[in-house]
Design a binder for this molecule. Structure first.
Ligand SMILES: Nc1ncnc2c1ncn2[C@@H]1O[C@H](COP(=O)(O)OP(=O)(O)OP(=O)(O)O)[C@@H](O)[C@H]1O
Ligand SMILES: O=C(O)c1ccc[n+]([C@@H]2O[C@H](COP(=O)([O-])O)[C@@H](O)[C@H]2O)c1
Length: 208
């Protein structure tokens, strides 16, 4: 199934992992900027089934999150969505996902795309040092988080593996969108209209 998503002559791939509860324009702008800046042939969005660091919070069922990612990415020919983590049991560890892509793609350059908040937590991820050796990271700026730490200490060792990406700051988060829906405040223009319609239709986030 995964190999069907990947173009045959692909030379560079971005993987955009996330909980996407829901996907929003911050995710899409980040993926698009990464694709442009690093000349990526494709970006595969990978919704986590069981995000390892979000075990304490209630998360919308994986199929709804997957459908929202599909709706959000359908108009971009470089974007695709993978069910790889949805079909794997247990916590959705990035090391496992990256290794499947690597095995399938061999010499293709793989970049895992994250926002500033995620990269600053990388050393709490499973086999973080291994992931950093096995794939490159694109770390996008995000309002409220500083990437200056990437210059010191433990990050120094991986300076050739982590690439900083300046994007127009979008102070949009899934947390804020969920709260807005619950409080009947507008979410228009923070996420694609098809995703907004889906949230309404499925009555998501009304009792979070
Ligand atoms: N506005 C944004 N700008 C840049 N990167 C972002 C933005 N929102 C999310 N990301 C990045 O997208 C990836 C997936 O994020 P996630 O699905 O957890 O969204 P979120 O908005 O951070 O969610 P939540 O508020 O529920 O924690 C992470 O690497 C995160 O850093
Ligand atoms: O592998 C891990 O230990 C790990 C721990 C925390 C986050 N991640 C991944 O980082 C991405 C962003 O996570 P999140 O929780 O901010 O949506 C997503 O693909 C997660 O699976 C991965």
């Amino acid at each position: 199934m995964l190999d069907e998503l990947l173009k045959e002559d692909i030379k560079s791939l971005g993987i955009m992992g996330g909980t996407f509860d829901p996907i929003h324009n911050g995710h899409l702008v980040t993926a698009q900027a990464a694709a442009y800046q690093y000349d990526l042939d494709q970006v595969i969005f990978v919704p986590s089934a069981n995000p390892p660091h979000k075990t304490e919070q209630k998360i919308t069922n994986a199929e709804d999150r997957y459908i929202m990612v599909m709706l959000a990415t359908m108009n971009n020919h470089k974007f695709n969505v993978s069910r790889i983590e949805l079909e794997r049991e247990g916590p959705s560890y990035t090391i496992d996902t990256v290794r499947v892509f690597k095995e399938l793609l061999g010499e293709v350059d793989i970049y895992f795309i994250t926002g500033a908040d995620a990269i600053l937590e990388i050393f709490t991820w499973k086999k973080a040092h291994q992931i950093l050796k096995e794939c490159k990271f694109i770390a996008a700026t995000r309002p409220g988080y500083s990437l200056s730490k990437l210059k010191d200490g433990i990050y120094e060792k991986y300076r050739n593996q982590i690439f900083q990406l300046e994007i127009p700051g979008l102070a949009i988060s899934s947390t804020d969108i969920r709260q807005r829906v619950q409080n009947k405040r507008p979410i228009k223009y923070q996420l694609p209209s098809a995703v907004e319609a889906y949230i309404k239709k499925r009555r998501l986030y009304l009792d979070t």
